[in-house]
Design a protein around this ligand. Structure first.
Ligand code: SF4
Ligand code: SF4
Length: 321
C-alpha cells in the first residue's frame, strides 16, 4: 500500500468514482512553451498529438453520453491540426456541452494562429488560462522570457472579444506557485489579481484558480535538481487535509490521452497509470468503457496524490476546501 492509500485508510476513507461529469481530453504534448512547472514535459519538439481518427472515435463515444463538460488540455491544445475540428464536432452534439480550452495565452498571438481567439469566442468556448503571477519577473521565470507581455496582450485581446465580461464567455485564470511551496489562499489571491490586472492593464476576468504543483514531470526534475523533492513531498504529506477527499477531480472526471487511452486524471496520465481490465484485452481506451458503469470504480492513486489533498486542496477548477 502506498503512503497516500495508507493515509486514506487512517481516515477511513477510500477513493472511488462518482458519476462522470467532465471528459478531460489531453490532445497532446506539443506546446510553444517549456515551463519549469510543467507536469506534461510539453514543448515545441514533442510529436505526440491526437489524430482526427481518434477525435472522431471520442466524439462518437461522447455523443452517446450526457457528460456535460468537455475540457481540452495539452500541451497547448490549440496546436494540434484538428483543434478547431474537435470543437466544431462537440458543438454539433445534442445536448449542448460546456467546452473548456486550457490555454497558455501566448499561443493566441503566435504566427499561424490568427483568428483563434475569435474562433473560441464564436464557439462559446470557455478559456482557462495560465497566469502564474501579475508581475513579469515571476511569470517569465516560470514560463520563459517575454511570456508575461504576451500573456497580457492575449488577455486584452480576449477582453476585447467579450471574454470575462459576457456571461457566455467565461475567462478564468490559473495561478500556481513558482517554487516548492503551497499556493496562498485562493480568495485573497483573486482579489490581488483582480486589482493589479485591472489597474495596471485594464484586464478583467471571472475567477482565479489556485493550483498546487504536483511532484511529477518537469517539476519533479526541477525539485530533484535543487535537492528539494523529499522536502516538498514532506510538505504535501504534512498538509494532508481529509476535507478535500470528496472534492477531488478524479471522482467526476474521465481523463483521455492523445491515443484515446483512459486514466483517472491528467497526472495519472503523465505517469502512465492507464486503466486496465482484468481480462485479456488489457489496457482500456475511451471506447472500451461504459460511462454508466463507472460509479464506485476504485481510483488509482500513488504518492503524487498528496499534491491534490494538501492544504485547501487542488483540482483543475482550483481549491477544494
Ligand atoms: S505548463 Fe502548459 S504552457 Fe507550460 S509547457 Fe506545460 S503545457 Fe505548455
Ligand atoms: S493525482 Fe489527484 S486527481 Fe489524480 S488520482 Fe490522485 S488525487 Fe485524484
Amino acid at each position: 500500500m502506498n503512503r497516500f492509500a495508507q493515509k486514506l485508510a487512517e481516515h477511513s476513507a477510500s477513493l472511488r468514482r462518482g458519476c462522470p461529469e467532465v471528459l478531460q481530453v489531453n490532445v497532446g504534448k506539443l506546446c510553444n512553451l517549456t515551463c519549469v512547472h510543467c507536469h506534461v514535459n510539453a514543448g515545441p519538439k514533442r510529436k505526440e498529438i491526437m489524430s482526427r481518427e481518434t477525435i472522431d472515435r471520442i466524439i462518437g463515444w461522447l455523443a452517446k453520453t450526457s457528460i456535460p463538460t468537455v475540457d481540452l488540455t495539452g500541451g497547448a491544445p490549440e496546436m494540434i491540426a484538428d483543434f478547431r475540428y474537435f470543437i466544431q464536432r462537440v458543438r454539433g452534439l445534442q445536448p449542448w456541452r460546456r467546452i473548456i480550452d486550457r490555454c497558455n495565452l501566448t499561443i493566441l498571438l503566435e504566427r499561424g494562429y490568427e483568428g483563434l481567439a475569435e474562433f473560441l469566442a464564436r464557439n462559446k468556448t470557455e478559456v482557462i488560462a495560465s497566469m502564474p503571477c501579475y508581475s513579469p519577473e515571476n511569470v517569465n521565470a516560470q514560463r520563459g522570457e517575454g511570456v508575461f507581455d504576451g500573456s497580457i496582450a492575449a488577455l486584452q485581446l480576449l477582453n476585447s472579444l467579450g471574454y470575462g465580461i459576457d456571461p457566455e464567455l467565461p475567462l478564468h485564470l490559473v495561478y500556481n506557485p513558482v517554487g516548492a511551496f503551497l499556493p496562498p489562499p485562493q480568495a485573497n489571491l483573486e482579489i490581488d489579481y483582480k486589482r493589479e490586472l485591472k489597474t495596471q492593464f485594464g484586464i478583467v476576468f471571472n475567477n482565479l484558480y489556485a493550483l498546487t504543483n504536483l511532484p511529477i514531470g518537469r517539476f519533479a526534475s526541477y525539485l530533484r535538481r535543487n535537492n528539494k523533492l523529499d522536502e516538498y513531498m514532506g510538505l504535501l504529506i504534512q498538509a494532508f487535509n481529509p476535507a478535500t477527499i470528496d472534492g477531488l477531480m478524479c471522482r467526476n472526471t474521465i481523463s483521455v490521452g492523445w491515443r484515446g487511452e483512459v486514466y483517472d486524471c491528467d497526472f495519472n496520465q503523465q505517469l502512465g497509470m492507464q486503466w486496465s481490465d482484468n481480462n485479456e484485452s488489457g489496457r482500456l481506451f475511451l471506447w472500451d468503457i461504459d460511462p454508466d458503469a463507472l460509479e464506485g470504480r476504485q481510483i488509482m492513486s500513488a504518492e503524487h496524490c498528496f499534491g491534490c489533498t494538501a492544504g485547501a486542496g487542488s483540482t483543475c477548477g482550483g481549491a477544494i476546501a
